[in-house]
Each structure stands twice: as C-alpha cells, then as structure tokens.
Design a protein around this ligand. Structure first.
Ligand SMILES: [Zn+2]
Length: 305
C-alpha cells in the first residue's frame, strides 16, 4: 500500500470511529469547492483556495473551537457557513496564524471577532502590519491580540485539548509557527512545508532558505512518529497532510538545492544559465511542480552563496 493510500485509509478509519462521522464523512463541499475533513480527535482541515486551514471542534461541534489560518475572506466565509451547518458558532477559543501571508490571513476578519485569543509569532504580526501598510490597507484587518517569541500554549476551553505554538527560526518567513494540537497530536506546519512543490520563500519578511533545512530537522525532532502534519500547500495529486517522512523529504530537497547551486556557482555557471538548464534539482526529483518558483528558489539560494 503506498503512503498516500495509507493516509487516506487511516483518515477514513479515524472517521469511521468518530462520533461525528455522520457530520463530515462525505467531506463537505460548500461554496467554491471547499472541503472539510476530520483527521482525528476532533481536529480536521479545510481546503479551498489558499493555505490549508486547521480546525479544532470540541466534542465534534464548532462552538469554542480553534481555527488555524483563514485563506481569503470568501473562503473563510464558506468555512464559517460549513461549520454553522453543524452547530452554533458564536465563540472561538483560539484563532492562530502560522505566518502572515495573505493566503493564510486574508480571512482573519471573519474569525477574529469570534475569538477569545488571536495569536501568532511577533515577527508574523510585524510582517502583517508592514504588508498592510505597503498596500495602503492599514486597519483593514484585525491584528493579533497575543504574540510570542519562541513558544506559547493554552488549554482549550473544553479542557480536552491543548494548543501550542513554536517558532523554530527563520525559514519560509521570519515569523513561522508550528501549531500543535497536543491531544490529537496533529501539527499545522503552515508554509514550512510545500509537499512535492517548489516552495515560496520570502526573504523580505525574514525568510532564510539556507536555514530552512535545519529548521525542518528541529521540527521533525520536536514531534514524534505518530504526529500527523498539515501542510500549507501540496503539488497536484499530493496530500496536504503527512508524516515526519515528508518533512525528511523536504529537508532533502532544501539540502540538495543548496549543494546544487553551490556547485554550479563554483563551476562558473551564470544564474541565467542555471535557471535555463534546470528542470529538477539533482537529489530531489519529486519536486517538479511550479517552474516560476523553481527559478525563485535557485535565485534565493544563489543570492546567499
Ligand atoms: Zn506563505
């Protein structure tokens, strides 16, 4: 059985065992092709347009739960409508963002007003403020009420789940957080992991493509073999959930990129020629989705070597 099939079987098994299976077993498809799926212990994820959203439903119901990332306003509205089909949602325990990018925070306005606590890394808040100012949209989105430097955690109001946020250093941006539902043992990686897809990197917001592999190794060691990870994005045909082995594969991509660009630069290859001749990075052939970002990856690494 291949890994992807295994994961979907595991998710199906978890659904069958769950008391809320009736609610979500068909994978809700509301506006704009959005879909909600439960993973385990009342933690699930929502895909539509933008970075994957993580959701905690206390006792299988939305009231008092948690939302991690919000895509865009229209998609956040669609998720809210989906959740409200299942039960009252007048209050959230926690709204958290994995980082500041618009495809993860654009729908914050829909959920922030419901949340007791809205939290992200301090650099992510700064990046959010800077971006809104740059696009002359200051004041158009609510800002986090709570920030942290290295870690933050809280118990959910139902007393059955704890959520912890950790920052492992500069990688995709300077303000990335891994958001862990400890009881369910599900961790949202945000854009720290692009599954088999060339990653976006944001040096202007503190991102560091050279440090990224070391960050992923630390992330892999901080959780365990049973942890299920939610990814911000995946290549077509690949899941937005996975395990530590997917983190290891992404580490290998980042290390291979480093090695390859270093070697070519030493040989005297120009950046232009390097971009023109590269289809995949030697050592990481599974990464082949998204040419534009492949060129951006080559350049980001080139600029640091
Ligand atoms: Zn991002």
């Amino acid at each position: 059985m291949n890994r992807r099939h295994f994961l979907s079987s595991a998710a199906t098994a978890a659904l069958a065992a769950s008391p809320v299976s009736r609610l979500f077993s068909r994978g809700y498809r509301p506006a704009a092709d959005g879909a909600f799926k439960l993973l385990r212990s009342n933690v699930g994820y929502y895909t539509n347009r933008g970075g994957t959203i993580g959701v905690y439903l206390p006792g299988g119901m939305p009231e008092g739960g948690a939302i991690v990332d919000t895509q865009f306003p229209e998609q956040a509205q669609a998720l809210l409508a989906t959740l409200r089909e299942q039960g009252t949602l007048t209050k959230l325990g926690v709204l958290a963002n994995t980082h500041h990018h618009g495809d993860h925070t654009g729908g914050n306005g829909i959920f922030a007003e419901l949340a007791d606590t809205y939290v992200c890394h301090e650099r992510a808040k700064q990046n959010l403020v800077d971006n809104l100012a740059k696009s002359e949209q200051a004041g158009s989105l609510p800002l986090p009420s709570t920030t942290f430097q290295s870690g933050w955690s809280t118990n959910m109001p139902d007393g059955k789940e704890s959520i912890s946020l950790r920052h492992f250093g500069a990688a995709h941006t300077g303000g990335d957080a891994v958001i862990h539902f400890e009881n369910a043992n599900v961790a949202h990686l945000g854009d720290l992991l692009f599954n088999r897809r060339f990653p976006y990197i944001d040096p202007g917001a503190g991102g560091d493509i050279l440090n990224w592999a070391a960050v992923m190794k630390d992330v892999r060691k901080a959780y365990d073999k049973d942890t299920l990870f939610i990814f911000g994005h995946a290549a077509e045909g690949y899941p937005v959930i996975g395990t530590a082995s997917d983190i290891k594969a992404f580490e290998l991509y980042l290390k291979s990129l480093h090695k390859y660009v270093k070697k070519e630069k030493r040989k005297g290859t120009s950046l232009e020629d390097l971009q023109a001749k590269t289809t995949t990075i030697p050592g990481a052939p599974e990464w082949q989705f998204g040419e534009r970002l492949r060129d951006v990856n080559l350049q980001a690494m080139w600029d640091l070597l």
